[in-house]
Design a protein around this ligand. Structure first.
Ligand SMILES: [Zn+2]
Length: 119
């Protein structure tokens, strides 16, 4: 699997600055920042939604889910259903970790002087 390839325009992603990883069900795919905006526009017509995993929005979700998960798994709130919620809440956390290991870590953080007309 070519992990540094944008799944929208099929051009290489050069650094983390332009990388957006998004998940849909159990799939996780890398996109350019600008290509993902186009993907989001396409969502209105194509079935299935892509949720961004990395970046600020993704990080907020992870923090909320970790807290929810800890709360549900360490207390008796909602009983067995609470435990189930706790486990399910770990799913976006797991996605975030997978996204980092597979897509973000191999890329340099930022490349200067890259051509912005690449897209
Ligand atoms: Zn692209």
């Amino acid at each position: 699997m070519k992990t540094k390839m944008c799944r929208y325009c099929y051009k290489p992603i050069r650094d983390r600055d332009e990388l957006v990883t998004a998940s849909s069900w159990f799939r996780i795919r890398p996109f350019h920042y600008r290509c993902f905006e186009l993907v989001e526009q396409d969502m209105r017509t194509i079935a299935g939604t892509w949720t961004p995993v990395n970046g600020r929005a993704g990080m907020g979700t992870v923090i909320v889910m970790v807290l929810l998960s800890i709360w549900m798994l360490t207390t008796t709130t909602l009983g067995a259903i609470g435990d189930l919620i706790g486990v399910l809440a770990l799913y976006p956390v797991l996605l975030r970790v997978v996204s980092f290991l597979i897509f973000e870590r191999p890329l340099p953080k930022y490349i200067e002087n890259k051509r912005n007309d690449h897209y």
